[in-house]
Design a protein around this ligand. Structure first.
Ligand code: ZN
Ligand code: ZN
Ligand code: FE
Length: 767
């Protein structure tokens, strides 16, 4: 008996060698029929013995190609059509698009072998790739994913490449970016001094040799990567690193470095099995690794930091830069690879713009002519609580969607302001954008708007609801109003910032029960008009009730108080001591004597009030003399954590709790006084910092226990920028679990404001 089955698969099934895989698989089951790409995924229409069809269907799901992901499958049986053989059919354009787009993937081992195989026709060719590796989303201009809709369209494949592309048994069958040195993109080393034209130095292998030589002499070189430019210099050359810090106006913010293999990494940093797995995964993110005490990690790379951001080479071009066989004896061991942008602007993706905008920073530019269409920053991952936690979601991860708990309305959520992302939802998918950056400059805002319109097109979504932050001055909020006015029938809805944080955890983990949501954050607009950031909520996506908060304290000088943490320290000291603070015999008071009066008059004016946990970290950091003025976001809090990690004390400061009108208030005055007492005693700052962290863990656990008693809710969701603090998160999770709580936090998406847009979308879906 012959049966016919129609199998529809959705997910990442295009551009990952799926059809040849089906073709090969079928050789074992001898079915007749066809496999074809559709605008929704892949359709397989086959006839044969029912038993064979069933086995085929099972193995299809078991033996998927490495990059394929199936999110939806469907099989129906029908009357046989009498197919004679098995073929790969024409692409069908029938349904509305929901094809998923693959993220960019690091070079695979097969391609690496060829890259360094002297007899291979692609020996040392910087753009080698195959069906299992190479650029994807960054070169895709439209769907279906086919060469004419990528930035590879301008290169006409040579005979050899074309033959590979068309041969179903070849590992480059339908590899859209397929190319070789005869027909594909090429690299070029150029220079541009201010006021001068771009001058070409060398092309091809020669360009690589020159680049390595120049890096060795301490030059700073912009290198075009998969999702944008990096700025590179020799990570073993202190003078070069210092020059780069000066030119980039970035005195302290850590630089990420790139190494060519794991051996080099373990010489300088600790790397667990899990951390190694993440480093070598096809996504190849930057991983934050703990520096080895014994190693001589150059302090200029990540000053005052216990961690170093490290990534492995992930494109053939990177591998070539580390190849010792290229420039006689001059091999590079490690490279600084920092984002190729000027402060607060998006990373450069285009050759002319890069040479123009980065000419004040870079001496040379290693460019190429495979255009980057979609901008993509490096992803950052940190292992916390023995799990990979994504702190910046870009290359390798985006634009893979999140599968959410239920069918969603068509929503666009525009995110917040810092570390901006947006999100669009359709069916059960939430397409979270890649990390876009801080929406503070015109250039970043333009890049954000462009990315929104591209996502809406690519995933064919017409939003019915636009969700946004409550902050009226965010550019994202203003832009949502514009979009709302342009599109009739679209409803705008505001979502409170910290409720969005908690909702992002609920969405990510598909939590069904009510939660105690703990949001410790920088700052966000509160429902009462104050600046929130240390909030406890009870509830679910439909309704959150604020159950507790950190006590409000004035932010003298508003935004300036974020830039200058010593202002927050004065604010907290004033809260604890009022005018007696002048008499405190601690270094902080001596250091700031001349400005204290002015800051206090700002406090009395009055200044805006905040419950931000981030600002409390800032205050303690300044109080301990660790960081008075920041040069990058969250510097004071990060350096406080680094300091605390150096102490092993179990002792803790004790925060008090006060209940008023059903709202618990965490009172920090006592802790501030304890810190001052310890400072006067000359206690080491490491110990004070640690006691502060321990105290926070204790009070959060106590509050959660109080709320559980009241509400019988035993699930805790943690989110907000402060939870990027590994010391705090790990100890808190441990303690909450010991007290019998189920604990969730962001893992696949960042716990910082990169998560806001997803949270906005799932809350808006309930309205
Ligand atoms: Zn490959
Ligand atoms: Zn070719
Ligand atoms: Fe936030």
């Amino acid at each position: 008996m012959v049966t016919r089955a129609i199998i529809n698969l959705e997910g990442i099934v295009q551009g990952v060698g799926f059809r040849p895989f089906v073709h090969r698989l079928n050789k074992r089951f001898k079915l007749s029929g066809f496999v074809a790409n559709t605008t929704r995924g892949v359709e397989i229409d086959v006839e044969g013995k029912k038993k064979n069809i069933q086995n085929f269907y099972q193995n299809l799901q078991k033996e998927l190609p490495p990059l394929a992901k199936i999110t939806n499958r469907h099989i129906t049986f029908a009357g046989p059509k009498g197919y004679k053989n098995f073929v790969i059919g024409e692409s069908k354009k029938t349904y509305p698009q929901t094809v998923l787009v693959s993220p960019d993937i690091s070079i695979c081992n097969d391609c690496l072998k060829e890259l360094f195989g002297p007899l291979d026709r692609r020996y040392l060719y910087p753009f080698i790739n195959c069906t299992n590796c190479g650029p994807r989303f960054t070169i895709i201009q439209g769907l279906p994913y086919d060469r004419p809709l990528t930035t590879m369209q301008k290169f006409k494949m040579c005979g050899s490449c074309k033959a590979e592309y068309e041969d179903i048994n070849n590992r480059r069958y339908h590899a859209q970016p397929n190319a070789c040195s005869m027909c594909g993109p090429e690299i070029e080393l150029v220079t541009k001094s201010p006021g001068h034209q771009v001058t070409s130095i060398a092309k091809g292998i020669q360009a690589l040799k020159e680049t390595i030589g120049l890096l060795k002499t301490g030059k700073i070189i912009a290198v075009k990567g998969l999702g944008g430019f990096h700025i590179a210099c020799d990570a073993d050359n202190t003078a070069a690193i210092k020059k780069l810090r000066l030119r980039k106006n970035r005195p302290f913010k850590p630089f990420a470095i790139m190494l060519s293999d794991m051996k080099e990494i373990t010489k300088i940093c600790h790397a667990s099995k899990l951390e190694r797995d993440i480093l070598t995964s096809p996504e190849r993110p930057i991983v934050l690794l703990k520096k080895k005490k014994s190693s001589k990690v150059n302090e200029a790379l990540a000053p005052r930091n216990n961690y170093l951001g490290i990534m492995l080479a992930h494109t053939p071009l990177h591998y070539l830069l580390f190849f010792p066989g290229l420039a006689e004896g001059q091999s590079i061991k490690s490279l600084v690879m920092t984002s190729g942008n000027i402060a607060d602007e998006p990373i450069e993706i285009e050759n002319n713009a890069a040479t123009n905008n980065l000419k004040g920073i870079c001496d040379y530019f290693l460019i190429h002519n495979r255009d980057i269409y979609n901008r993509m920053d490096d992803s950052i991952v940190c292992v916390m609580d023995n799990k990979p936690v994504v702190l910046r979601r870009g290359r390798g991860y985006s634009p893979m969607p999140f599968l959410v708990h239920k069918k969603m309305k068509n929503i666009l959520s525009v995110g917040a302001e810092l570390k901006s992302t947006f999100c669009i939802t359709k069916n059960k998918f939430a397409f979270l954008s890649q990390y876009i950056g801080d929406l503070k400059t015109y250039a970043t805002f333009s890049s954000y708007k462009q990315a929104i319109s591209r996502f809406l097109n690519l995933f064919a979504v017409k939003p019915k609801i636009i969700a946004r932050d409550l902050h009226p001055d965010y550019l994202s909020t203003k832009y949502s109003a514009e979009l709302g006015a342009e599109n009739k029938g679209v409803r705008l809805t505001g979502v409170q910032h910290h409720q969005a944080h908690i909702a992002s955890v609920i969405a990510e983990h598909r939590i069904k029960e009510n939660v105690i949501g703990v949001s410790l954050d920088g700052i966000g607009y509160g429902i009462d008009g104050n600046i929130w950031g240390g909030e406890f909520f009870i509830g679910n996506l439909k309704k959150f009730k604020r159950a507790a908060q950190l006590e409000y304290v004035p932010m003298p000088g508003q935004d300036k108080a974020t830039q200058e943490p010593y202002r927050m320290a004065i604010s907290y000291l004033y809260m604890a001591y009022k005018d007696k603070l002048y008499k405190l015999k601690i270094g902080f008071i001596k250091r700031h004597k001349p400005v204290i009066y002015n800051i206090i008059s700002l406090i009395r004016k009055p200044s805006p009030l905040t419950s931000s946990a981030g600002r409390l970290f800032d205050a303690v950091s300044a109080l301990l003399g660790i960081c008075d003025i920041i040069t990058y976001e969250a510097q004071a809090a990060i350096e406080l954590q680094m300091c605390a990690e150096k102490s092993q004390t179990k002792r803790a400061y004790s925060f008090k709790i006060k209940e008023t009108a059903g709202l618990f208030i965490i009172k920090p005055q006592g802790v501030i006084r304890e810190i001052v007492r310890d400072l006067k005693k000359g206690a080491p700052k490491e110990e004070i910092a640690r006691k502060f962290h321990n105290g926070l863990v204790k009070i959060i656990e106590r509050l959660c226990a109080l709320l559980r008693k009241q509400t019988h809710i035993a699930t805790v969701a943690l989110s907000g920028g402060v939870f990027q603090n590994k010391l705090l998160l790990e100890n808190l999770v441990k303690r909450l679990k010991q007290s019998g709580f189920k604990v969730y936090y962001n893992e696949l998406l960042p716990t910082n404001d990169g998560a806001i847009s997803l949270g906005q979308a799932v809350i808006a879906n309930e309205t």
